[in-house]
Design a protein around this ligand. Structure first.
Ligand code: CA
Length: 225
């Protein structure tokens, strides 16, 4: 019986491994592990693109991408990439964003600061949030001072297997020539069903250990007789 359980365990691991590889939904270089903009695209209202507005910093937690505004003539800068939404049809995707913002000129009056937007672009210029509604996960958010964000979004199934969609980080000027920035530490996109896989392993191993204890106990009993 123990052998059968072990076989099932290996089968389960094999299948889960196949599942992980089959579901390729991901953000390329989402944690900027390459310490450059591999996988990402730059866009700007200024031409040519003021590449000095797009910089990479090496922090104790790894590399992060910073996009500035009002450090050049650009009035909007965008860091974006096409998203791989390929998953099984009934999968649920989750997007995690870890980023911070800062400004050289903290402002308290609403609507007077530099601001940022984070959204999905359908490739035709229509902007959506994670639920599939028009808008974004963050809409015209004022940068009033240093602030950090880490948020996870469950994506609507409408995104599953769509192609030609983009995740975009946009930072916009308040036309005061005083710079602000958004620093993106990490972006993750993953299939929620895969998240449930790791805890399964300890449970199976616990079951095996229990079976091992029972078998050992039976063996000892048999040898006592
Ligand atoms: Ca400004």
């Amino acid at each position: 019986m123990l052998k059968n359980v072990i076989n099932k365990l290996f089968t389960a691991l094999f299948i889960s491994g196949l599942t992980i590889h089959a579901n390729a939904a991901s953000i390329l270089n989402g944690d900027f592990e390459t310490c450059d903009f591999t996988g990402w695209n730059l866009a700007s209202t200024d031409n040519p693109i003021p590449t000095g507005d797009f910089t990479m910093s090496n922090t104790p937690n790894g590399c992060a991408a910073t996009v500035k505004i009002d450090a050049s003539l650009a009035i909007a800068n965008i860091l974006y990439q096409e998203v791989d939404f390929s998953v099984a049809a009934d999968s649920a995707l989750r997007l995690t964003l870890d980023f911070s913002v800062d400004t050289t000129q903290p402002r308290l009056d609403i609507g007077t600061a530099d601001y940022f937007d984070i959204y999905f672009n359908d490739g035709a210029g229509n902007l959506y949030d994670h639920t599939g509604e028009l808008g974004g996960m963050y809409n015209s958010m004022d940068i009033t001072g240093a602030d950090s964000f880490r948020h996870s979004f469950r994506l609507d199934e409408m995104f599953n297997n769509h192609t030609g969609w983009f995740l975009e980080f946009q930072i916009n000027s308040n036309f005061d020539e005083l710079a602000s920035s958004i620093t993106i530490n990490e972006v993750q996109l993953f299939d929620v069903s895969n998240v449930d896989t790791p805890p399964t392993l300890p449970l199976l191993l616990s079951g095996l250990l229990l079976l091992g204890v029972i078998n050992k106990s039976n063996w000892e009993k048999r040898n006592e007789i």
